[in-house]
Design a protein around this ligand. Structure first.
Ligand SMILES: Nc1ncnc2c1ncn2[C@@H]1O[C@H](COP(=O)(O)OP(=O)(O)OP(=O)(O)O)[C@@H](O)[C@H]1O
Ligand SMILES: [Mg+2]
Length: 296
């Protein structure tokens, strides 16, 4: 075991690329253009914590909590169940969130930090903070303050919208949050059809020998993003029906004494799997990420 306990990301496949997960009290920037899956990733990350008895804090600047929970539901995540029990929102609405970040937020965080419960924080999207001012120095102060204040609680994941197209260099406006964070993950979408047509790249992860490749990922409603960190060894047979594949996965998971939440994930995944291609590979990554050893 490592000397520092890592925080599991909740994204099947990802932890293999970052030596087991995020460092506690680190700040991670999730970068991607619209629709690449930033919010899906963020909710998945929070759910992983909630299901393990941690708390979750969702900092929002644009959408109210109700809308976030509604959208999460469409992704297959039931956040409502945890609302104000282990999931809390801070809605920094209004024009003057600059003052909120500087004055109110530290107080709110201080009050929570006193309880000493491991907490995951998400700021989704953080883009308005960057746009709040043209002044680079002020931007830097604002983002720095936000990170510094919130990481008192635990891992802080913030999403930043990027405007460049796949393959282009990263825009200047998003360099600052990347620079100020401990880790940065980049999501890209290549509209070429087929499985795993989206890719994930680790831009940086302080203190970690992280994977340096470009890793394909897919969406599986009910599970979220599934990353193919390495070529997945699969049984030869790929022609059987999806129903059969899921049935067998469930049976195997039960035999391996998988936690109920993992069984639920697989069932939800089955219900929502509307791709033509086989779920085999995604299931295999899911199994691996929960340490379930499946013999071929
Ligand atoms: N199960 C799924 N199957 C296929 N596509 C999906 C699935 N779940 C989500 N998506 C796609 O992912 C996109 C939404 O993902 P998400 O909201 O996480 O992206 P985002 O990066 O947060 O976007 P935005 O920048 O608009 O907030 C949608 O365009 C949707 O088509
Ligand atoms: Mg989003």
């Amino acid at each position: 075991m490592a000397d520092t306990e890592k925080v599991a990301s909740g994204i099947p496949g990802l932890d293999d690329l970052i030596e087991g997960g995020f460092y506690p009290q680190s700040t991670i920037v999730l970068l991607g253009s619209s629709g690449t899956g930033k919010s899906t990733f963020a909710v998945q990350f929070l759910m992983e914590g909630i299901e393990q008895g941690e708390q979750a804090l969702y900092v929002t600047l644009e959408e109210p909590p109700e809308q976030i929970m509604r959208e999460a539901e469409l992704m297959g995540f039931d956040l409502r169940k945890y609302y104000e029990k282990s999931l809390f929102f801070i809605h920094l609405k209004g024009k003057n969130f600059k003052r909120m970040i500087e004055e109110q937020l530290p107080q709110l965080v201080k009050a929570r930090a006193d309880y000493n419960i491991p907490t995951r924080v998400v700021i989704d999207p953080m883009t308005p903070v960057i746009w709040a001012t043209q002044d680079k120095l002020e931007q830097r102060e604002l983002i720095g303050k936000l990170f510094y204040t919130l990481k008192e609680l635990g891992v802080v994941l913030c999403t930043v919208e990027e405007h460049s197209r796949p393959g282009e260099t990263i825009g200047e406006d998003v360099l600052l949050p990347i620079y100020l964070s401990d880790g940065a993950v980049h999501l890209e979408y290549y509209p070429i059809g087929g499985a795993f047509n989206r890719t994930l790249k680790i831009l940086k992860m302080r203190g970690v020998h992280h994977g340096e490749g470009v890793y394909p990922y897919l969406f599986a409603r009910g599970v979220g993003i599934v990353v193919r960190a390495s070529p997945v060894a699969m049984a030869e047979e790929t022609t059987r029906s999806h129903t059969k594949t899921f049935e067998e996965a469930l049976k195997t998971a039960q035999a391996l004494k998988a936690p109920a939440r993992v069984l639920d994930r697989i069932r939800l995944m089955e219900k929502n799997w509307d791709y033509d291609y086989s779920p085999e590979e995604a299931l295999q990554i899911l199994f691996n990420s929960y340490g379930l050893k499946r013999s071929a």
